[in-house]
Write a protein that binds this ligand. Structure first.
Ligand SMILES: *Cc1c(COP(=O)(O)O)cnc(C)c1O
Length: 864
């Protein structure tokens, strides 16, 4: 019989063990080995049975065992130590506490979080990144508040059918069985967040509080009795439905999330966030809620509130794949933000305008969450240098008239949280040389001092651990696929702890090309079965439940790996999650990555491998494009100019085989008399020394704080001061500029000395401009200059602001300046007028520019 309700009964701990509960409720344990050791000591066998989930451990440990521990002096001492250590971690000042004028608090919104495998509220890289961001913020003392949704079924867990087809299961989570507490007000009543829906319905949510080290994380959960069934199901699963369901999730996350923060700050006394960070467009509605607050509480107009809100908002875009951008039919937005559900202070027309693709090539029928994100955030970034470039291209339409390089989208390259991803053995080895290795960006040079035999021993240990873990998973998977124990004796021999091990694990959208390695199955077979230099490959990945194509790719791999002659050298391990990810990135010698460049925004699994002494073998995409240096791994040449996808796959797969055959495996098996692969270890050291400090999430979070959060807080304060005088003034100024702009023009441009330019001379330029009635201080008249290409386009131009502004005639003004001719060769220049205001983040911010009537760039032939 099926239970009609389920709940989790928590055990009551004997008084001397009460601190265990505190330790379990702070997710710091997920990256703190000593605390995990302590949990293991509670009941080592049970610890394995419950899959290292401390909440389940405490739920299932026997009362007898607990009474024994309650009088075990050694255990109690360890418990006391762990509790004290946690307390110190939570209260001691850290990196952030030394900063001046840093934001009092930052709200971080993400639709998914990968904190630990025991909280499977993530599907892939976006969530893992968000989890690492929170943990690192905690380590650095950054006062972040995380906001997300609690999905009753999380993301699916994956298994295989006998013929290798992906099967999905959605386990039900009882929040009471997770390391969460319900947010309650002072009177003990659970907090309710409510947002209005069409037809007078309401969507209610309760708020769960997770403690990620120092960082509180608020998770909204619509599964409450005040909701009708449809509303209860809003937070049923991660990326479950489309259309209405998805929109409701995003409304709850963005709008409900801001309301949850207000409640949390009121109850806990936590300072209110000065900066709001939207991790991907899904949470973008938070800007609307902040506008609503400002209009109704501070009496601002919509436009003034928009300025005040966007000054303190940061938006991070995560996908260069247009299909990966969240878009809704405009009618849907109308349905939920208009009619009786329209907020008087947030008119639906204004909402629609924020997400409109009203630029060349835009689709006029959709509402684009990323576009709204960019209009509601003054600071926008991609997640690697290359992704920044691609994003500037992709969203350039929003800043028409500006060169791609000037599109105000920057980049901060992702990083990974060492405490979560780096094997303890590696951390211990590195810590001998670099004491605060986890946070430090200095001193990594000293990793070179680690003796090579010790480094190789640790690598062997990790590979062997992976092999053992893989065999266990393989056996379990085959059992599920219907094999009997007797048929599975071969599994004990599957994989070999001394064979070169290549890992490949990721979600399975087509651009990641899971099956590229199988392009020529015979060549792959030969690699696997090479008599002297065999290779073994461990593969994992989940396809989105609706992605039949992805499931077929998995099936192709599984069928190949099922063959008797290769099954000991290539395995597919189901249910890629953080635990498996950790095992793979720690144990593999080589981490393989072959996306279609430039569709991998960053990728972080290869960073995890690098920190553990794995070498990357990757297409130059995402982070690898930026940090591959010729000696820290291998770059698979990519044929990304090639239009024919099939031909491109063929070329890139050919290059991949060749690299493995002729370089990777040769180097791995090249041993000195002591059995050490010297050249390999040299490469491992070089990787750790050069990449280590870069790929750390502590570098990433510091970058976010210094480059985005602190400036956003400064802008936000300038907007808010004196009863939002700054926001009112900026908004009024922008209105004035927009109105006057059609009258702004570059009338003509004069130079002298173009006849005989030579290097080192200056080119005097005079520009006559019409400011359309604007004041001189409202604009900058600039000359752009530099090298030009064959079609006279300026390449990476420099900009020089012209001065003067003397009236000539008819209200026109003359500006002058001198262009330095610093280098020989083809040279050109052009002129423009742009809005200028100290509160703009850059010249392109408003997307307004006046250019000369005909392109005035001119080529002068070779400069002498
Ligand atoms: C690290 C990680 C990811 C993200 O890695 P990519 O390189 O971006 O694919 C996804 N899923 C899991 C389980 C991970 O551990």
């Amino acid at each position: 019989m099926k239970a009609i309700r389920r709940f989790t009964v928590r055990s009551v701990l004997p008084a001397p063990l009460r601190q265990l509960e505190q330790l379990v409720l702070n997710l710091r344990w997920s990256w703190h080995h000593e605390t995990l050791d302590l949990f293991r000591a509670v009941d080592p066998d049970l610890w394995e049975t419950v899959g290292h989930d401390p909440v389940r451990l405490l739920g299932e440990v026997s009362p007898e065992r607990l009474s024994l521990l309650a009088v075990d002096r050694r255990f109690l001492r360890r418990l006391q130590d762990a509790a004290e250590e946690l307390n110190e971690y939570l209260t001691a000042p850290h990196w952030y506490q030394d900063l001046d004028d840093a934001p009092e608090a930052i709200a971080y919104f993400s639709p998914e979080y990968g904190i630990t495998a025991a909280l499977p509220q993530y599907s892939g890289g976006l969530g893992i990144l968000a989890g690492d961001h929170l943990k690192t913020a905690s380590d650095l003392g950054v006062p972040l508040i995380g906001v997300g949704l609690l999905y009753r079924h999380g993301y699916f867990s994956q298994s295989l059918s006998p013929d290798g087809w992906q099967l999905e299961r959605y386990p039900t989570f009882d929040p009471n069985g997770l390391p969460l507490t319900l947010l309650r007000d002072a009177a003990g009543v659970p907090v309710r967040v409510t947002i209005g829906l069409p037809q007078g319905r309401d969507l209610h949510a309760q708020v769960w509080l997770a403690q990620v080290g120092r960082v509180p994380q608020l998770l909204l959960d619509s599964d409450v009795e005040d909701n009708d069934q449809a509303a209860r199901d809003v937070t049923d699963r991660l990326y479950g439905g489309g259309g209405d369901h998805r929109l409701l999730q995003e409304m709850l996350l963005g709008i409900g999330g801001v309301r949850a923060i207000r409640a949390y700050c009121r109850i806990s006394g936590h300072p209110a966030p000065e900066v709001f960070h939207t991790n991907e467009g899904h949470a973008g509605f938070l800007g609307l809620e902040r506008i609503r607050e400002l209009v109704s509480e501070s009496g601002l107009t919509f436009d003034e509130a928009l300025e005040a809100a966007r000054a303190g908002t940061v938006f991070t875009t995560h996908t260069p794949v247009p299909a990966g951008i969240d878009r809704f039919p405009r009618e849907l937005i109308h349905k939920y933000f208009g009619g009786v559900n329209e907020e008087p202070d947030v008119p639906v027309d204004r909402v629609l305008a924020l997400g409109a693709e009203d630029y060349a090539d835009g689709d006029r029928t959709v509402f684009n969450m990323a576009v709204m994100g960019m209009r509601l955030a003054q600071r926008v970034n991609g997640v690697s240098r290359l992704h920044g470039e691609v994003s500037r291209e992709m969203f350039g339409g929003l800043w028409g008239g500006f060169d791609t390089a000037e599109v105000p989208v920057g980049s901060i390259t992702n990083g990974v949280h060492a405490g979560t991803w780096v094997a303890r053995e590696v951390l211990d080895l590195a810590a001998r040389e670099v004491p605060d290795v986890v946070e430090s960006s200095r001193g990594w040079e000293r990793v070179r001092n680690v003796p090579e035999n010790e480094m190789w021993r640790v690598r062997r240990t990790l590979r062997e651990r992976l092999v053992r873990d893989a065999r266990r998973r393989l056996r379990e998977s085959w059992r599920q696929r219907g094999a009997s124990g007797a048929e599975l004796s071969w599994v004990a021999e599957a994989l070999d702890p001394d064979v070169l091990t290549i890992g490949f694990a990721r979600r399975v959208p087509s651009y990641k090309r899971l099956t590229l390695m199988m392009r020529d199955p015979e060549r792959l077979r030969a690699l696997l079965l090479h008599p002297e230099r065999p290779v073994q490959i461990v593969i994992a990945g989940k396809a989105h439940p609706a992605d039949e194509g992805g499931k077929r790719l998995i099936q192709d791999i599984v069928r190949f790996a099922d063959q008797e002659d290769v099954r000991h050298r290539i395995v597919f391990l189901p249910d890629y999650d953080m635990d498996l990810g950790r095992s793979l990135t720690q144990g593999c010698d080589v981490w393989m990555n072959n996306p279609l460049r430039p569709l991998e925004a960053c990728g972080t699994s290869g960073m995890k491998a690098a920190l553990n002494g794995g070498l990357n073998l990757s297409i130059r995409d995402g982070w690898w494009d930026e940090w591959f240096d010729g000696q820290n791994g291998w770059a698979i040449p990519s044929a990304d100019g090639l239009a024919a996808p099939d031909r491109r796959d063929e070329i890139e797969a050919g290059a991949l085989y060749e690299l493995i055959e002729d370089h990777v495996s040769v180097m791995f098996y090249d041993r000195d008399p002591a059995g050490l692969p010297r050249r390999w270890l040299e490469m491992v050291k070089h990787t750790i020394v050069t990449l280590g400090p870069k790929v750390l999430a502590s570098r990433m979070v510091r970058d976010y704080v210094l480059d985005l959060y602190a400036p956003a807080a400064t802008s936000g304060r300038a907007m808010a001061a004196d009863g939002y005088a700054g926001a009112r003034a900026l908004s009024a100024w922008k209105q004035k500029i927009i109105k006057a702009w059609p009258g702004v023009a570059v009338e003509h441009v004069e130079t002298s000395g173009e006849e005989s330019p030579h290097v080192g001379s200056n080119l005097p330029v005079r520009v006559v401009a019409d400011l359309g009635g604007l004041d001189q201080g409202d604009v900058a008249v600039e000359i752009a200059y530099g090298r030009v290409d064959d079609s006279d386009a300026l390449i990476d131009p420099a900009y020089l602001e012209l001065t003067g502004g003397e009236p000539v005639e008819n209200g026109l003004l003359r500006y002058v300046g001198e262009v330095p001719l610093a280098r020989s060769g083809a040279f050109g220049y052009s002129v423009r007028v742009v809005p200028s205001h100290p509160m703009l983040s850059g010249r392109a911010e408003m997307g307004l520019v006046a250019l000369p009537p005909a392109p005035h760039g001119m080529t002068n032939g070779d400069l002498r």
